[in-house]
Unconditional design. Sequence first.
Length: 72
Amino acid sequence: MTTAQITIFDALTGNTITREMNQTELQQFETDQAQTKKDAAARAKADQATADKRQIILDRLGITHEELKAIL
């Protein structure tokens, strides 16, 4: 397995440095990745709940999504 790397660009000198992440950076990277996955799952769950609510309303009105778009 390859080790995680970080790239640093110094705008003043134009130098680019690529090196392995240190332990602190690696821990933060892994924490950020885990949080991103949690956020994506929560967003997907919220999107599904919204879609379900819309469908319930359409079912109560007895129309389809296409019919609603035609009305609006």
